[in-house]
Write a protein that binds this ligand. Structure first.
Ligand SMILES: Cc1cc2nc3c(=O)[nH]c(=O)nc-3n(C[C@H](O)[C@H](O)[C@H](O)COP(=O)(O)OP(=O)(O)OC[C@H]3O[C@@H](n4cnc5c(N)ncnc54)[C@H](O)[C@@H]3O)c2cc1C
Length: 315
């Protein structure tokens, strides 16, 4: 019987999980490493006490690709996703009770190791090596890197074949404010988007379906404002963003019972690669993520899924 190759995946965001899920469903046993505390990467939900929670990364997903559509349909059947009836255009879906549940759905039953930072990826003695926290080496037949492109590049710097592939990919940062209010804001306010406004996106998170909490709001600064203020500490970012939200919502400052800021340094891909993934010549090291196809959860999933297909098809 032929041995099933081993696969190590860096990143438990939607790309890494899509890859791992597909391989696991085909009977393989991928191992996923992620430096963060929970699965999902930029598909994230921060929970405070009780029902107070914020989707502080991706706000919703759309699904145009047939494969991703069927994943969302299965998530919806299992209660991990639900349609959010706002906006025009493609139907929007959110995770329930939070966006992170989309990732948790994909991660079910997988070997995912959180709190592990990969510090290098290289070929050594005919195997692919992931170095974790600068000291422990894990060896696999194939390695898949799904970190944002600049971070992936840093991991792969000894793999010269990759260098030119990453050069043109560009990201914008996004500073995000989470605020819990003890007051009602004008009835029917679910979300608004305006890339010219300092707060380009404002959402009443509690108005998304499948949430029980009240008064949870998320605001995202536009790309320019985020870039200018990117290096401030989180407290200063919060202090600068809060008055903007208070003004936009027309509420009193003392209506804010809790607030926090989050810095997404590599938030949104503005110049993607234009291919689903990259790999080295002998198909032992792969790299992918949203930066391959565009700034959407669906794009990340498509990239990860395509890597899994390629691995399964490789000789
Ligand atoms: C504020 C914001 C709002 C957004 N809104 C939307 C939206 O409404 N709809 C939409 O479709 N998309 C949205 N997006 C984009 C969407 O979130 C991303 O396109 C998608 O989640 C990217 O998935 P990914 O797996 O490619 O990368 P990520 O989610 O970034 O996953 C990469 C993972 O790799 C891990 N990692 C990185 N380096 C290492 C390392 N050295 N060792 C171990 N682990 C490592 C990270 O911890 C992370 O978990 C938004 C993004 C942001 C930031």
């Amino acid at each position: 019987m032929t041995r099933i190759p081993s696969v190590g995946i860096i990143g438990s965001g939607m790309a890494g999980l899509a890859c791992a899920r597909h391989l696991a469903d085909a009977g393989w046993s991928p191992v996923v490493f992620d430096k963060g505390r929970g699965v999902g990467g930029r598909v994230a939900t921060r929970r405070l006490d009780g029902d107070v929670q914020f989707d502080h990364g991706a706000q919703y997903v759309t699904a145009r690709d047939q494969g991703f559509r069927s994943v969302i349909a299965n998530m919806s059947k299992s209660g991990a996703a639900i349609r959010w009836n706002v906006g025009s255009g493609d139907p929007r879906f959110v995770g329930t009770p939070g966006m992170a549940n989309l990732a948790k759905y994909l991660a079910k039953g997988l070997d995912v190791r959180q709190g592990m930072t990969a510090t290098a990826v290289r070929r050594s003695d005919g195997r692919s090596e992931i170095v974790v926290d600068g000291e422990v080496s894990h060896y696999f037949d194939r390695v898949v890197v799904t970190a944002p492109a600049p971070q992936a590049l840093a991991l792969l710097e000894t793999q010269e074949t990759f260098l030119s592939d990453f050069a043109d990919v560009k990201y914008e940062p996004c500073l995000t404010l989470m605020a819990n209010l003890n007051t009602e804001v004008s009835e029917g306010f679910s979300c608004r988007s305006d890339s010219d406004a300092e707060l380009a996106w404002i959402a009443n998170d509690s108005s998304k379906p499948g949430r029980t909490g009240k008064g949870c709001w998320v605001a995202q600064a536009n790309a320019g404002w985020s870039a200018v203020n990117l290096e401030l500490d989180l407290n200063s970012i919060k202090t600068k963003m809060l008055p903007l939200l208070i003004r936009e919502l027309g509420i009193a400052a003392d209506a804010v019972v809790h607030s926090a800021a989050h810095r997404w340094r590599f938030a949104k891909v503005v110049q993607p690669l234009g291919r689903r993934f990259v790999r080295n010549a002998d198909a032992t090291i792969y790299a992918g993520g949203d930066w391959c196809l565009g700034a959407r959860v669906e794009a990340a999933w498509m990239s990860g899924d395509a890597i899994a297909r390629d691995i399964l098809e490789a000789p």
